[in-house]
Structure formats: structure tokens, C-alpha cells
Design a protein around this ligand. Structure first.
Ligand SMILES: C[S@@+](CC[C@H](N)C(=O)[O-])C[C@H]1O[C@@H](n2cnc3c(N)ncnc32)[C@H](O)[C@@H]1O
Length: 396
């Protein structure tokens, strides 16, 4: 294992994304918070990952979970790393994942480490203060911990009693995500707000390991305001969007034009047209399909089981028609990732669309993940009724 990522709020999605992009043999699940990769951090295209919040290079794996052993290793690693950094005051930060210590103890260790580094390297160190066990992304950036003289160490407990220490090389660029989300000229609360991070995950689950190139066309047949297509353009795919509502096509066009203006050197073939996904003829045929489908009614309060059943039947019918319609238009082997609705009926229990059990009859093979079960591919917040379930398939 050469590098490590800290997984986002829904770790299974982050794991599936890594597996899709780098192949299952390159991914080593480490704990509920982190995944290892057999490739170096420099080969991970981190800005593409929607499901991971930090990337780091593994500096040591300790066959112990005792804090005094971890502290010793931290001192050794920091002194070694300090020797490789340019002149100047060192910025140090510590983040732990699954380690049973208190923030006070972690800060005390930080101060001890600061003294050790000072005495061994004669360099001054600024420790990033932290009332928590983990620094957040903004703290890492604000304190320049990924800068030239910065060191953030990630200290990760594994279930088998080992401790992995990694040095952060990249953190999620929150500002850029916020710009891509809230900065867009056209947003629409009614069609929903797909977070760009989830759009990246959907895209990556569809795109797999095939390199993105301008001669590959991605289709979003329910493109709405174009969040998935925005992310697809940023990785260099040509984009094709259709939606039932002509107004949505205008919204997508405005948003994609805006993104091109915002992003230096970004060019892309863009094809947009209104179309009902249950009957539309797409021309040319896309190389991959990714999107968030029609999700049915939005609910502000818990609906009765009858209403959930009714909504599910309605959405199921439309999506089945769509899957049948597009089937004959896709080349065998075309990958698809669709975010479809599932309804949270009680905490962590979901009503799924019936079509999920009929994918094979509809002419699609479900893509299986080594490290994640299909039913874990769900994106939701605790209080959300309509969750998004990600179905990853290829056309038979
Ligand atoms: C949940 S929204 C997708 C939002 C999108 N991810 C975005 O970036 O804004 C679903 C979209 O599907 C469209 N839609 C609903 N029924 C459709 C159909 N039969 N064919 C095509 N689009 C449809 C709606 O107009 C809506 O824009």
C-alpha cells in the first residue's frame, strides 16, 4: 500500500468509486474511514474523486495500536520528513481516525513532538491547535499543512490492531466545489440539487478505468441543470444531454457555457436537446450513460406507505420504459450509472424500486464491486426521505 484516502460521509460510495477507477486489486479497505491504494499518491487524480476527502502518502505501518508506540513512530517520521523540506518554520497538524485517545492527549502529544523536532532538527514548528481528533479540510488549507513546509499526519487505526501513518498530500478543494455548485448561473430547487461530489461519483462509476477522451460521448438523459455534464466536461468527455423540459436544456446550456468561461483551457463538444427519455432517439449513440433520473415527488414530511408505494410504481414505470427504450440504441458493453430514488421508510430502511431486481430481464448486467455490496450504494442524509440509489450496469 503506497497511498491512502480518507473516505467521505458515505464511505461505501468512495470505495466503489476507487474500485471503479483503479480496479479492485489496487484498493485495500483499511477501516471504515480510509482506503489504501497500491499506487503512489502522485498517480491518483484526486480532484476527480467525489467520495474521498484527503489523499496521503503512507509513511509507516505500525504493528501496534498503543499510543506510546505511535508517538515514537510519529517523532521518527516527522524528523525524517522535516529533513526533506525547504527552510522555514514547519507547520504541523495531526488527525486521527479510530484511535481511542482524547483531543487533549492528542494536543499534548503534538506539543511533545514539536519539542523533539526542535531539538533534533533545530527547526521551529507551529502546531495547528485542534479541539477535535481530526482537522477539517478548511483547517488543513488555512494552516498550509499541504504547503511546502507543512506536514499533516493522518493516524489511522485498522481493525486488526495496526496503525497506519500517512502524510497528507491533497485535500478536497471545498471552494471549487462550492463554486461549481452555488456559483452556477442556473439552479433549480424543484429538480433537486445534485451535489457535484455525488455527480463525480456517478460519473466515475460509469466511466470506470477507460481514460476520458474527447471522442467519448457521455449521455445524461435526465440532465436537469447539467451537474453531471459539468463534471464530465471537466474530465475531458464530450457531453450529450437531454431532458423532458426544454427549460432544463436552456439551464444546462447556460451552466455549461459558464463553466467553460470559468475554466481555463476547457473545451468540449456539447450536444443538448429536449427529449422524453422513454421514447427519445439519441444520435449519436453514447459511449457511456450517467445521470440522476426522475426521482418522483419531493417530500417535506414522512409520506404514508400508500403514497410511497404509489410514487414508486409511477417512477418505476417511467424508468423501465426508459431502460427498454435506450437498450436497443446502446452498443453491447456500454456502461451506465443511474442515481434512482429509494425511499427511507424508517431510519436506514429503504423501499427500493422494483426494477432493481429486474435488470437482467431488461437486458443489463449489474456491475459487482469486490469491496462494496450493491445495497450500500445509497446516498442520503439521516432526515431525507428520498435517497439516491446508484445502479451500475452494462448493456448486455
Ligand atoms: C432529479 S432531476 C435531475 C437533476 C440533474 N441531476 C441536475 O443536475 O439538475 C430529474 C430530471 O428529469 C427530467 N425528467 C423527468 N421525466 C423525464 C422523462 N420522461 N424524460 C426525460 N427527462 C425527464 C426532469 O425534467 C428533471 O430535470
Amino acid at each position: 500500500m503506497q497511498s491512502i484516502v480518507i473516505l467521505g460521509r458515505q464511505p461505501a460510495l468512495g470505495l466503489a468509486e476507487l474500485e471503479s477507477l483503479y480496479g479492485h486489486a489496487s484498493v485495500v479497505p483499511v477501516s471504515e474511514h480510509a482506503a489504501g491504494l497500491t499506487l503512489p499518491a502522485s498517480e491518483v487524480d484526486f480532484t476527480r474523486l467525489g467520495g474521498s476527502t484527503r489523499l496521503g502518502t503512507v509513511v509507516a505501518t505500525l504493528q501496534s495500536k498503543l499510543w506510546k508506540d505511535v508517538e515514537k513512530q510519529l517523532a521518527k517520521s516527522i524528523v525524517e520528513i522535516a529533513g526533506t523540506l525547504p527552510e522555514g518554520k514547519l507547520q504541523l497538524g495531526l488527525s486521527t481516525f479510530g484511535i481511542p485517545i482524547t483531543p487533549a492527549k492528542l494536543n499534548a502529544s503534538g506539543l511533545t513532538l514539536k519539542k523533539i523536532v526542535r531539538s533534533k532538527t533545530d527547526r521551529s514548528v507551529r502546531l495547528t491547535p485542534n479541539p477535535e481528533l481530526e482537522l477539517n479540510t478548511a483547517q488543513v488549507l488555512h494552516n498550509h499543512l499541504t504547503g511546502q513546509t507543512g506536514i499533516e499526519l493522518l493516524i489511522i487505526a485498522t481493525p486488526d490492531g495496526n496503525t497506519i501513518i500517512a502524510r497528507t498530500t491533497m485535500v478536497q478543494d471545498i471552494e471549487n466545489y462550492t463554486l461549481r455548485d452555488r456559483g452556477r448561473p442556473k439552479r433549480d430547487a424543484r429538480v433537486g440539487m445534485l451535489p457535484p461530489k455525488l455527480a463525480q461519483i456517478i460519473l466515475n462509476l460509469a466511466a470506470g478505468q477507460t481514460p476520458a477522451a474527447a471522442d467519448r460521448i457521455i449521455l445524461d438523459p435526465f440532465c436537469g441543470t447539467g451537474v453531471v455534464l459539468q463534471e464530465a466536461m471537466l474530465v475531458g468527455l464530450s457531453v450529450y444531454g437531454t431532458d423532458l423540459e426544454p427549460r432544463m436544456i436552456d439551464f444546462t446550456r447556460t451552466n455549461l457555457d459558464w463553466l467553460i468561461e470559468q475554466t481555463e483551457g476547457l473545451e468540449s463538444e456539447i450536444l443538448l436537446e429536449p427529449g422524453d427519455a422513454t421514447t427519445h432517439q439519441w444520435n449519436p449513440a453514447p459511449d457511456l450513460v450517467a445521470g440522476e433520473t426522475y426521482l418522483g415527488r419531493a417530500f417535506t414530511e414522512k409520506p404514508s406507505p400508500e403514497v410511497v408505494a404509489q410514487t414508486s410504481t409511477e417512477v418505476n414505470l417511467i424508468l423501465k420504459k426508459f431502460l427498454k427504450n435506450i437498450h436497443s440504441q446502446l452498443k453491447p458493453g456500454t456502461p451506465l450509472c443511474l442515481a434512482v430514488p429509494a425511499w427511507q421508510t424508517s431510519p436506514d430502511r429503504f423501499k427500493h424500486l422494483p426494477l432493481i431486481d429486474q435488470l437482467s430481464e431488461l437486458g443489463y448486467n449489474r456491475t459487482r464491486f469486490e469491496h462494496v455490496r450493491d445495497e450500500q450504494l445509497l446516498y442520503y442524509r439521516e432526515d431525507q426521505i428520498v435517497a439516491r440509489e446508484l445502479i451500475v450496469v452494462t448493456r448486455k
